[in-house]
Ligand binder design. Structure first.
Ligand code: TXA
Ligand code: MG
Length: 357
């Protein structure tokens, strides 16, 4: 059964949130309703993390399977004992170094937290965001707020209020419009319940910074085949996917441009609509194709590319393209999260072109 709601949009200042508007949204959380709000990574679809019925509404609104666990957001580290049964030393160090910020830690769950927050597992993912609206909302609600990304299941995450409304209008009580989410990719998820810390999802907190605090950190960087059990269900290959079929090209730059151009022409000849995601450097090479091109940013500017990536996929979907062709971008820093999201959106369709090796 789907959750029905009359959706109210509140325009809130991202740096200095208006207390009366935050109080109005917090009241909805207290009453068991759903509030979508901006964080520094992406928009979240929030509900009281300690209210099992409210949590069920999140799954219904997102059309998300109950097997995919939620992240609980806190405003202060002293809310952590409400959620986690045990906070290992590594988690304390990570919290001290990177909270508030785009870091989510998977810990053993405290007994009072409803188990539908974590799909029945005995763990919980916790994050302390830095976005002023997120912090003000959690504080005013006076309870941890569970919030997955505010998109319908498997669609690209929402980085603006317009994206949230596109997916969730009529399925969420309040949408706080606080402008674009500054980072544009989700938080880094780290599992701290095992012998060594493991990165389950690369994200806004980059590996180089993590390594500085925890040199023994490892990451799960493999793609699961469908149906295979996942430590983090976010590892399902199909995720963050536009409706169009995404195809990625990897190799030296001229070969990648050539392959994208050839493929575009082939699809066009078959009467299909084509969209291209390009770096600023490459965009000009495709203009004569007459297809929809979105320039994401300069190849080396991962910060710029991360900020617009999900919105670009949504924009091409809105134009009704059948295929999206893109270079497999990546690299260090935020490049890891960009690569991960591109690979998931393409469900593994990566074509290696040009010189081998
Ligand atoms: O930046 C973010 O993390 C955003 C904002 C709203 O905070 N939230 C977000 O939530 O991306 P979501 O639900 O779309 O992704 C949460 C990820 C998923 O990959 C989920 O499987 C994983 O965290 N996760 C949540 N609880 C977990 C748990 N107990 N054990 C392992 N993985 C967990
Ligand atoms: Mg998500």
């Amino acid at each position: 059964m789907d959750y029905q709601a009359k959706t109210t949009v509140l325009h809130v200042h991202p740096a200095t949130p208006e207390p009366d508007l935050i109080a109005q949204a917090a009241q909805v959380i207290r009453a068991g309703g759903l509030v979508a709000f901006p964080t520094e990574t992406v928009y979240g679809l929030g509900a009281n993390a300690l209210d099992a019925d409210a949590l069920n509404r999140i799954y219904a609104a997102k059309r998300r399977p109950a097997s995919d666990p939620l992240i609980a957001h806190i405003a202060h580290p002293d809310q952590l004992p409400l959620l986690a049964a045990h906070v290992p030393y590594a988690a304390q160090r990570l919290a001290a170094a990177f909270w508030p910020g785009p870091l989510t830690m998977v810990l053993r769950r405290a007994a009072n937290v409803p188990d539908n927050i974590a799909a029945g597992m005995d763990t919980i993912a916790v994050r302390m965001p830095i976005h002023p609206i997120a912090r003000a909302l959690i504080e005013a609600a006076d309870t941890p707020i569970a919030a997955p990304s505010a998109n319908t299941f498997t669609r690209p995450s929402a980085t603006t209020a317009a994206h949230v409304l596109e997916d969730l209008y009529g399925r969420v009580d309040v949408v706080i419009d606080g402008g674009a989410a500054p980072l544009g990719v989700e938080s880094t998820v780290i599992d701290l319940t095992g012998a060594t810390p493991v990165v389950l999802r690369p994200g806004g907190l980059i590996m180089e910074d993590l390594h500085r605090v925890l040199p023994d950190i490892t990451s799960v960087q493999r793609f699961l085949s469908e149906g295979e059990a996942a430590t983090s269900p976010g590892q399902l290959t199909k995720h963050y996917a536009p409706r169009a079929r995404v195809m990625l090209y990897e190799g030296d730059a001229p070969a990648v441009r050539g392959a994208i151009e050839d493929t575009a022409q082939r699809y066009l000849a078959n009467g299909r609509r084509v969209g291209i995601l390009a770096t600023d450097e490459d965009a000009q090479f495709f203009t004569q194709l007459g297809v929809r091109i979105i320039a994401l940013g300069k190849r080396d500017d991962s910060v710029a590319i991360a900020r617009v990536l999900f919105g670009a996929m949504r924009a091409l979907d809105a134009q009704g393209v059948d295929v999206i062709l893109a270079p497999l971008l990546g690299g260090e820093g935020l490049g890891e999260a960009i690569r991960d999201r591109l690979l998931r959106s393409a469900e593994g369709r990566v074509y290696r072109v040009g010189t081998a090796g």
